[in-house]
Design a protein around this ligand. Structure first.
Ligand SMILES: Cc1cc2nc3c(=O)[nH]c(=O)nc-3n(C[C@H](O)[C@H](O)[C@H](O)COP(=O)(O)OP(=O)(O)OC[C@H]3O[C@@H](n4cnc5c(N)ncnc54)[C@H](O)[C@@H]3O)c2cc1C
Length: 331
C-alpha cells in the first residue's frame, strides 16, 4: 500500500477492494488463524491494472494495449523498439526504456546477457478465478486462506464481487505425476483438510506461469528492468505487486538521470539489490519451509498451543503483512 499511497491511489483502491484482516494457514489437516497488524486489501488484477493504466494515462502516458514490443537494437545513444498490433508494426526510437514485461515477457532477447537463471527446485505458478457461488466456504470474507501440501501450496481470497481468486505455486515434477495443475491443487485441498473444495478446484480453468524463482541482469545502457522481469522468488508472501510498484517508483529517478547523462551505470542494479535482497532472503526462507508440509503442520500444532510460537511462525510466513495475535477462531 505504501507505493499506492505515494501515487495517490490508496483511497481509490480501498474503495473497490475487499479489506483483509486475517490469514489462515493449513497443512495436513491442522489449521492456524492469525490477525493482521495492518489491514490489507484484496483486489482482482483486472480492476487494479485498469486503475493503474488510467492513472498513468492521466499523468501523460500514451497507453497502447494489445501490442507486442521487442527490443530491436540498443547502443549508448538509445534504443530502437519494434511495436506491433493488429493494425501493423512500427519502430520507435527511445532514449531510455523501462522493461516491465513480467515472468513470461519477450521484450528482451532470451539469450546472451539477458538470459534469466532459474533456480533448481523452482516451482511454477497457476491461477484461476472461481465465479461467485461456486467456491463454498473455501475462504472466509476478509481472510487469506493458504493451504500447503506435497505438490506445493495455494492461496485463496474472496473478492468484492463474490468471486474467489485462487493462485498456487506447484512443483513441476509432482504436478506431472498427479496429472496436471487441476489434479495437483485438488490433492493440496484434500491433504490440507479441505476435501469439500477438491472438485471445484480440479475442474477450474488454470492459467500457468513459467518457473518462478529466477534472476538476471537488470540494466544496460538506456535499459532498466523492473518487476518480475528483473527476478522473482515465490508468491507465498504475496509481495510481487509491492516489489513491482516500489521498483517502478524507484527506477524513475535513474531513468531521469540517464536522460541527462548524469547516470552511472550500475546505480539501478545496486538500488534493485537493496530493494529486493532483504525481501528475497525472507521469501527464500519461507519457500524452503513450505517444501515440508509436515514441518508446517508440526509448527501449526505448536503455534496453536504456545502463543509466542504462533508469533514466530506468523512472522516467517507473513511477508509484508506482519501478523499479530493468533486468533482462536475458524482458520
Ligand atoms: C501463483 C501466483 C500468485 C501470486 N499472488 C500474488 C499476490 O497475492 N500478491 C502479490 O502482490 N503478488 C502475487 N503474485 C506476484 C505478482 O503477480 C507479480 O509479482 C506481479 O504481477 C509482477 O508485476 P509485473 O508488472 O512485473 O509483471 P506482470 O504483472 O506479469 O505484467 C507484465 C505485462 O507485460 C506484458 N508483456 C509481456 N511481454 C510483452 C511484450 N513483449 N510487449 C508488450 N507487453 C508485454 C504482459 O502481457 C503483462 O501484461 C503472484 C504470482 C503468482 C505466479
Amino acid at each position: 500500500m505504501n507505493s499506492l499511497r505515494q501515487m495517490g491511489l490508496e483511497q481509490a483502491i480501498r474503495r473497490v477492494a475487499s479489506p483483509i484482516h486475517s490469514f489462515s494457514l493449513a497443512a495436513r489437516g491442522r489449521r492456524l488463524g492469525v490477525c493482521l497488524d495492518q489491514q490489507g486489501a484484496a483486489i482482482g488484477r483486472d480492476v487494479l491494472d485498469s486503475m493503474l493504466l488510467d492513472h498513468a494515462a492521466m499523468h501523460g502516458a500514451v497507453v497502447r494495449q494489445n501490442s507486442v514490443a521487442t527490443l530491436v537494437e540498443s547502443s549508448n545513444d538509445g534504443c530502437t523498439i519494434g511495436v506491433s498490433d493488429r493494425e501493423g508494426s512500427e519502430e520507435i526510437s527511445a532514449a531510455v526504456v523501462i522493461v516491465a514485461d513480467g515472468l513470461a515477457g519477450n521484450f528482451l532477447p532470451r539469450d546472451g546477457r539477458w538470459e534469466s537463471r532459474t533456480a533448481k527446485g523452482s516451482y511454477f505458478g497457476v491461477g484461476t478465478r472461481l465465479p461467485p457461488g461456486t467456491a463454498g466456504a473455501l475462504c472466509e470474507p476478509g481472510t487469506i486462506a493458504m493451504r500447503c501440501g506435497c505438490a506445493g501450496y495455494f492461496g485463496a481470497v474472496l473478492l468484492n464481487d463474490g468471486s474467489v481468486d485462487v493462485a498456487a505455486a506447484l512443483s513441476p515434477e509432482k504436478t506431472k505425476q498427479l496429472g496436471g495443475p487441476g489434479a495437483a491443487v485438488r490433492q493440496l485441498a484434500i491433504e490440507s483438510g479441505s476435501p469439500e473444495h477438491a472438485d471445484v478446484l480440479a475442474t477450474a480453468r488454470w492459467r500457468g506461469t513459467p518457473l518462478l524463482t529466477r534472476r538476471r541482469i537488470v540494466e544496460a545502457p538506456g535499459i532498466f528492468v523492473v518487476g518480475d522481469a528483473a527476478g522473482y522468488v515465490e508468491p507465498f508472501t504475496g509481495e510481487g505487486m509491492s516489489w513491482g510498484l516500489a521498483a517502478g517508483l524507484a527506477v524513475a529517478r535513474h531513468a531521469d538521470a540517464s536522460l541527462t547523462r548524469r547516470y552511472q551505470l550500475g546505480a539501478w542494479t545496486n538500488e534493485w539489490k537493496r530493494l529486493a535482497d532483504r525481501r528475497r532472503v525472507a521469501c527464500r526462507a519461507t519457500a524452503i519451509a513450505l517444501r515440508s508440509p509436515t514441518l508446517i503442520a508440526v509448527s501449526i500444532r505448536i503455534a496453536n498451543a504456545i502463543p509466542a510460537a504462533a508469533h514466530a511462525l506468523s512472522s516467517v510466513v507473513s511477508g509484508p503483512w506482519r501478523m499479530s495475535v493468533p486468533e482462536r477462531v475458524r482458520a
